[in-house]
Design a protein around this ligand. Structure first.
Ligand code: EPZ
Length: 424
């Protein structure tokens, strides 16, 4: 199994080009099921979760023409769902990638039935999909859980409904939005997630012929149409990849220019970085991040739905706080078990204590390199970030978590002066 070896303590300097957003691309790929026409998605990141979604779509009968990225960070996928063979999303694919559940809404609304394996919990929490299912039921779906599968069907078509999510859910909003575009009548989705990935999906659906109002707000109005057509859509840049490299610059006292970014999607993080003493500036669609290690200071923050500080940046920010001056308190409000990186950071010499949903970090002047292991994507990368800042050799195990969501990470970091390589 691959490992990543880092000889840390090097200041990073240079430019990194940010790829397309994984979490935007996954629902966009599922949206191809809504139409007979071809959906072309430009700017797909070359990461394992995208390959898993392509595999699932192939299994359903979608024609997938997947162009591997060419080094310019742009992968293009042409998806054609004119010949769907089955509406069953099997356990062996869904268990590896929870976002597979995003095929439920599109399959159900277009074909009237779907059988999708119920995703289990994962390392960061129980992550139920009850809110997706309740909303679809309000639209007329009949849903049962049988043999580990969500068995869903509808007599005739789904119908528009007035829906209010009791809790903000990104995937729930995306699933229901895709179901609503082909439902009979109008749907209002209140307390909808406003994450940029939801907005990107809504923009793509509109360009496929859907009628949606309130895009970017917490109230989406969808006027059901009979059918959608194909289109071409470019995925937004990955705001979490952007944030991760912003922390790489900050934690190494470095100076990086991040290209292909949309800073308006990163305000929660940028605000936290500025409070922590990191300098950021925007220039021509790029973000420059620079810091001096001695100026880093501890701050308090709480993860929140967009536009607040994203849970997907919590582990990386904690790595930064481990080496800042003073204390910081980091509260995780989205997932109940997203502190699995804490014991590993402690093994590297960090001073962190967890109490309920909060972690109290007392910054230390030095940490020590160690062999570490991660349990999920963002936890893995937080250990890499710590490793970049620490003198000595950090060896990260279970790299497959990282490969799910970061493309060519070692290459991008090495080009800016990091000593990092993949070892077998
Ligand atoms: C998306 O997950 C992202 N995944 C996650 O990114 C991200 O952390 C999360 O949104 C929050 O921003 C993708 O986009 C593929 P939710 P999702 O539904 O949609 C609870 C990463 O590292 N909930 O917004 O699954 C849930 O348990 C990943 O890239 C219910 O209770 O998240 C959680 O506590 C990890 N019932 C909260 O809501 C439901 O039916 C938010 O979850 C649905 C969710």
């Amino acid at each position: 199994m691959d490992k990543i070896l880092i000889r840390g303590g090097k200041r990073l300097e240079g430019e990194i080009s940010i790829g397309g957003s994984k979490n935007a691309a996954l629902p966009l790929m599922a949206a191809s099921l809504l139409s007979e026409g071809t959906l072309e998605i430009v700017g797909l990141p070359d990461v394992d979760d995208i390959k898993a979604m392509a595999k699932l779509l192939l299994k359903l009968g979608v024609q997938v023409e997947y162009t591997e990225p060419t080094g310019s960070n742009i992968g293009t996928c042409r998806l054609s769902s004119s010949n769907i063979k089955t509406t069953k999303a099997p356990y062996d694919i869904v268990r590896k990638m929870r976002a597979s559940v995003l095929v439920l809404g599109p399959l159900l609304t277009r074909f009237g039935h779907a059988r999708v394996s119920l995703p289990g919990g994962c390392a960061i929490g129980t992550r139920p999909v009850d809110l997706h299912l309740e909303a679809l039921k309000e639209m007329g779906a009949v849903i049962q859980i049988q043999g580990g599968y969500i068995e869903a069907h509808v007599h005739g078509s789904l119908r528009g409904a007035n829906l209010t999510f009791p809790k903000i859910t990104v995937g729930g909003t995306e699933n229901v939005l895709m179901a609503a575009v082909l439902a009979k009548g109008d749907t209002i989705i209140s307390n909808a997630a406003r994450e940029p990935e939801v907005t990107d999906l809504a923009i793509c659906l509109k360009s496929m012929g859907a009628e949606i109002e309130g895009i970017g707000t917490n109230k989406l109005k969808v006027f059901g149409v009979r059918s959608l057509h194909g289109t071409s859509h470019k995925v937004i840049p990955d705001r979490i990849e952007t944030g991760t490299y912003a922390i790489a610059a900050s934690i190494t006292g470095g100076d990086l220019v991040l290209r292909n970014v949309q800073t308006n999607n990163n305000q929660g993080l940028l605000c936290a970085l500025s409070k922590a003493g990191v300098e950021t500036s925007e220039l021509d669609g790029a973000l420059r991040v620079s810091s001096k290690r001695e100026k880093l200071r501890g701050i308090n923050l709480t993860t929140e739905p967009f536009p607040g500080f994203p849970t997907d940046m919590q582990a990386q920010f904690m790595a930064l706080m481990c080496l800042a001056n003073g204390k910081s308190q980091i509260t995780e409000s989205i997932f109940e078990n997203r502190f699995m990186h804490v014991p590993e950071l402690v093994r590297m010499g960090a001073n962190i204590s967890v109490s309920g949903a909060s972690a109290l970090v007392q910054g230390v002047a030095k940490m020590s390199a160690a062999q570490v292991m991660a349990t999920d994507l963002r936890a893995s990368v937080s250990l890499i970030l710590a490793g970049l800042a620490i003198d000595g050799e950090t060896l990260l195990n279970r790299v497959y978590h990282l490969d799910r969501g970061y493309e060519r990470l070692e290459e991008k970091l090495a080009a800016c002066g990091a000593e990092i390589k993949r070892v077998k």
